[in-house]
Design a binder for this molecule. Structure first.
Ligand SMILES: [Zn+2]
Length: 121
C-alpha cells in the first residue's frame, strides 16, 4: 500500500477548447476530492494507453473511481467522431476496466462544444 492515495483518475482529451469546462465540472463535482488527471488525444480512444495509466494510478494511489471524458468534434477521431462511436468506445473502456478492477466505479461523459456534459450509461 502506498503512503499517499487519491480518490480518482480523470481521463480527458487534450483539446484546449474543453479544458475550462472540465475544470469547472471538476470543481463542482469533485469538491475537495483528489484525483490524478491525464489528457490523451482522443480521451479513451487509445485504451491501451489509458490502461497503462490506470494501472499506475491503482498501484500508486489506490484510486476507487475512474472518470472518462470524450467529446464532440474530436480531431483524434476525425470523421469517426460521432456520438455513437464515442459511446461505443467509452462503454468498451468501462467494461475492460471493470473486468480488470471490479472494485472501481467508472463514470463516462460525452462533452459538447457548448460545455454541456452528457453522461453515458
Ligand atoms: Zn479530442
Amino acid at each position: 500500500m502506498s503512503s499517499h492515495t487519491c480518490d480518482a483518475l480523470v481521463v480527458s482529451c487534450i483539446d484546449f477548447r474543453f479544458q475550462k469546462y472540465i475544470r469547472q465540472w471538476l470543481d463542482q463535482n469533485f469538491g475537495d476530492k483528489t484525483f490524478d488527471y491525464v489528457g490523451y488525444a482522443g480521451g479513451a480512444k487509445d485504451l491501451d494507453t489509458v490502461m497503462k495509466q490506470l494501472d499506475i494510478s491503482v498501484r500508486l494511489h489506490d484510486i476507487k473511481h475512474v472518470v472518462l471524458m470524450n467529446h464532440e468534434n474530436c480531431g483524434a477521431y476525425a470523421e469517426a467522431s460521432t456520438p455513437e462511436r464515442h459511446a461505443l468506445d467509452l462503454l468498451k473502456a468501462k467494461k475492460t476496466i471493470q473486468e480488470k478492477y471490479p472494485h472501481l466505479k467508472v463514470d463516462l461523459y460525452y462533452l459538447l462544444l457548448d460545455g454541456k456534459f452528457g453522461e453515458i450509461v
